[in-house]
Design a protein around this ligand. Sequence first.
Ligand SMILES: *Cc1c(COP(=O)(O)O)cnc(C)c1O
Length: 363
Amino acid sequence: MMTTYNFSAGPGVLPEAVITQIKQEFEKNEHTHMSIVEISHRSQQFQTIVANAEQKLRQLMQIPDNYGVVFLQGGGSTQFEMLPLNFATKQQKIAFLDSGNFAAKAGEAAQQLGKSVTVLASTKPTHYQSLPALPQDFDATAYDYLHIVTNNTIEGATFHQNNLPKTTGRLVADMSSNILAEPYQVTDFDAIFAGGQKNLGPAGVTVAIIKKDWLAEQDLTGVGPMMRYQNHIDKQSMYNTSPVFAIYALDLVLDWVIAQGGVAAMHERNLAKANRLYDYLDQSGFYTAPVEKSARSLTNIVFTTGDLARDKLIAKQAETQGLFNLAGHRSVGGFRASLYNAQPMAAVDALITFLKKVEAEQA
Ligand SMILES: *Cc1c(COP(=O)(O)O)cnc(C)c1O
């Protein structure tokens, strides 16, 4: 059988070892007499899984005790609404840096909830190929918080820890596509969220990391119970029926990350993978990687031949070589190779071999 690689941006590739373990454990557990998808979210077995997953995430990201960690449903998109509902309660004003589609979408969601949304800067006119800068005269006191997307999954620009906007106010980050892929200082943020399906596990679970004293300051009159972070924190992510399977799988992924050496080791590997691909693209006369170098994503590598119709054909051709899901997001076209934690270096090598062959044939 041909070795195949999945470059999908999400749901994305999971560690092979985790898939194997899920297969092995999927049948009836000899103690509970049930499989993982049949157990109660109130069972001791599941409570232990949730507690362990939380503890492992705290360890991996060095999350202090004054932050709550919860596993929610509804994806990253529901966080676009929960955050404004829980935190834009005083001035009802949110500042955004428009670094890509998912920043813009979060802004639209907040606006529809009746919050005032200010886009401080946008790189949309230049196709989001660089990062918007926080204006010099930004007055953090005029807003409840500043919302950023650390890694722009579609367009491929990243606020790495060393180029985060420096605000004196509250900072909220959407880390959906690079959580645990590179180090971030959790204490630089007041809230962090990430949909599970990019780098943490399967779809169906979303992680939220919330600074508790900030939450305690809020007047949540009119906010329904499911939308309140506090309810999920108080009930250890079991306020209602939890996404049992997704959290179980996420817990296994966290075990895997720890066994690999944690976030620092993942970062080192991700740098090596991404640099190998960018280096090839940069010296190529056929492909270009358009994102500004200092902002380049480690997890979503965007490139093009400059001819979108040709890109499409090449992405299709790649499938015959076992390289799947290389087409860029439908809104931008071109190519996108997602190199999440679980993507092996062998995938990058296979991709480069293929791209070189195409270049030799078509350039
Ligand atoms: C995928 C993604 C989302 C949306 O996640 P859903 O789970 O589909 O709602 C939001 N933000 C970023 C950065 C993403 O990559």
